[in-house]
Ligand binder design. Structure first.
Ligand code: FAD
Length: 318
């Protein structure tokens, strides 16, 4: 079922959902199930599975030269989605990227998803690979998520790349996209970022999931701005309980979001990471309860491979 239908069917009751990462190459699917199992009691209508593009490493070739190697550290997004739908009977939502995909790769990826009975995708641009400063699309790939949304929406109308194909079956994906209450790091201003967010909706996206934030006011202000700009689709908040002291620097660096002073002070006071984890859980419960009270349709949690703290938050909220 489509994410938008899940929202409609809930009749205003806030639902719980979460995102998982495929395990590092070499691990088995049980590590994923071990993360999902404790969260199933909160009845997630859908579970997102992130996509991780290839990375480049350079190995000493032994002759004074370096050998470039391509590695995909977290493959398996499609297989995990199929396994989730099969084992739990819950809609799995794969993320799909512009980065590393030609338009043909995208089309074939979507055909696989369609054949597996997957009804939703989150369409994203992806970041630059670690060895480059700026994002570079494939030679015949998409520059921006809005273009990827356009291709998916086209397949929903039976439009494939080869216009000589006849009687093409239409897919029926519900398309989600990402957004940033504190602005995407490359956007010159929040207004400019929202301008391009609007383009994703115009091209066919039906819902939005936000980057994590730790100050609800930033999310509420963002919603107001989007609504003023005529964006009417659901805007699902992304939440993450902080779990380690290291994340005080890592989260702002990696995700370009601010941490409220009050939260920073509480974390700095902690003697060890088990105390930090508790502060993170309590903060996230407070955020979640306020969002729930405001009638937000879904709260979406970033598990980042660990479900224990999300379970504790969900127990207090749902
Ligand atoms: P876009 O919407 O394409 O925007 C990228 C930047 O370009 C923005 O600054 C925007 O303002 C600007 N822009 C857009 N269109 C134009 C235009 N036509 N002209 C000029 N500027 C323009 N990454 C992964 O690798 N795997 C994942 O699974 C993943 N999941 C995510 C889930 C969520 C909910 C979010 C919010 C992010 C996720 N990301 C993931 C990270 C994401 O790939 C990066 O943040 C990426 O840098 C931007 O992706 P986007 O889809 O928001 O890009």
């Amino acid at each position: 079922m489509k994410v938008t239908e899940h929202i409609k069917n809930a009749n205003g009751i806030t639902q719980f959902s979460f995102e998982i990462l495929p395990p590092l190459k070499g691990q088995n699917i049980q590590s994923i199930f071990n993360n999902i199992d404790p969260l199933m009691e909160f009845n997630p209508p859908f579970i997102d599975v992130t996509y991780h593009r290839e990375e480049y490493t350079y190995k000493d070739a032994g002759n004074g030269l370096l050998k470039k190697q391509v590695v995909k550290k977290r493959p398996g997004t499609v297989g995990i989605c199929a396994a989730i739908q099969n084992k739990y009977g819950v809609d799995a939502v794969p993320h799909i990227l512009c980065g590393g995909f030609t338009k043909e790769d995208t089309e074939n990826f979507l055909i696989d998803l369609d054949f597996l009975g997957i009804d939703n995708v989150v369409a994203l641009r992806g970041d630059a690979v670690k060895t480059e400063t700026y994002f570079k699309p494939e030679k015949d790939g998409h520059n921006y998520a809005s273009e990827l949304v356009h291709q998916i929406a086209g397949m929903n109308k039976g439009i494939y790349l080869d216009n000589e194909l006849e009687n093409c079956s239409s897919t029926n994906f519900c398309i989600g996209v990402g957004a940033y209450p504190e602005k995407h790091m490359e956007a010159p201003s929040l207004d400019s970022d929202i301008h391009f967010l609007k383009k994703k909706i115009k091209n066919g996206a039906e819902y939005i999931v936000t980057q994590m934030f730790f100050d609800n006011q930033k999310y509420f202000d963002f919603i107001d701005k989007c609504r003023l700009e005529g964006i009417t689709v659901p805007i699902i908040p992304g939440l993450k309980p902080i779990a380690t002291k290291k994340q005080l620097n890592l989260i702002p660096h990696r995700f370009h979001v601010d941490l409220p002073e009050e939260l920073v002070i509480e974390i700095v006071k902690c003697k060890d990471n088990s105390a930090v984890k508790q502060v993170g859980i309590e903060w996230c419960i407070k955020q979640s309860k306020e969002l729930q009270k405001a009638g937000i349709p879904v709260l979406h949690y970033y598990s980042m491979g660990k479900s224990n703290n999300i379970q504790q938050v969900a127990k207090a909220v749902f």
